[in-house]
Design a protein around this ligand. Structure first.
Ligand code: MLT
Length: 262
């Protein structure tokens, strides 16, 4: 996997296929392997770039980060490998980073996909929950975080699937320090709800029909707030729609991208 060197980090990324640039940002506590199956269906039509955000997967960094600084990392990477302008998709935490990217680098975007994610910031209760998870990862490590999160990540029918096994092994492998940094970054992220009505780029909102973390109702509310957006509900999928049902996810992305490719 190629890697791009920043001042204080190395960013590994998948770069597959040919066509318009499609950039995919993974969620928490994950890495770019969540996209592999979907990329099999996308790479015939698009150049797909899927980075490991700093500290995740094969990207190397011990530094703290914010959602905004992750967006800056991605912008530097994409500028250096000639992948702008792009269509940008973010899964859950990756969606928070995508929204930060939209706010700062709108003119570099052809469109946006918000996947199993939300535009709102954390409630006071959610912020407290982040702090408890920071304490947990310090005391008990990454597997304790995976134990807590895993049941909410996928639809019930996916629990014994190959995708579920893959998800669990990715979660278990996420470095504890990265988990801590990401929890703080998500806790402190801005609220991007007010951004949605102002956007004129094409927006696709994708949600697993059984997403227990960013529900179809949350997706429909974002759709209502973003003029001209469309929404795709992915069947037989929970919070990890691209991993649980990669074919339906890829079909939704291809339909959207083809509509707006000009
Ligand atoms: C994710 O899947 O990236 C997380 O569920 C996001 C979050 O905890 O807010």
């Amino acid at each position: 996997m190629p890697a791009f060197t920043l001042n204080d980090a190395e960013i590994a990324y998948i770069d597959r296929g040919n066509g318009p640039n499609l950039v995919l940002l993974h969620g928490f506590p994950l890495d770019n392997r969540v996209w592999n199956d979907a990329i099999d269906f996308l790479e015939n039509k698009f150049r797909v770039i899927a980075p490991d955000l700093r500290g995740f997967g094969r990207s190397v960094s011990n530094q703290t980060f914010s959602v905004e600084s992750l967006a800056d990392d991605i912008h530097q990477l994409l500028a250096s490998i000639g992948a702008l302008p792009c269509f940008l998709g973010g899964l859950s935490m990756g969606g928070y980073v995508a929204l930060a990217f939209v706010k700062k680098y709108l003119s570099d975007l052809r469109g946006l996909a918000l996947i199993d994610t939300k535009a709102a910031s954390d409630s006071p209760e959610a912020k407290q929950g982040r702090q408890q998870m920071i304490d947990l990862v310090r005391d008990a490590g990454s597997k304790a975080i995976a134990d807590q999160m895993f049941p909410k990540m996928i639809a019930l029918q996916s629990v014994n699937s190959v995708a579920a096994q893959k998800l669990r092994s990715i979660m278990d492998a996420c470095p504890p320090l990265t988990i801590e940094h990401a929890l703080a970054a998500m806790r402190d992220r801005a609220d991007y709800t007010a951004l949605l009505p102002m956007l004129t780029i094409p927006i696709l909102i994708v949600v697993g029909a059984e997403d227990a973390i960013a529900s179809p109702d949350v997706a429909r509310a974002m759709h209502a707030a973003a003029p001209g957006s469309s929404v795709a509900v992915i069947p037989e999928a929970g919070h990890m729609a691209p991993l649980e049902n990669p074919r339906a996810f890829a079909d939704a992305m291809i339909a959207e991208l083809i509509t707006h490719r000009g």
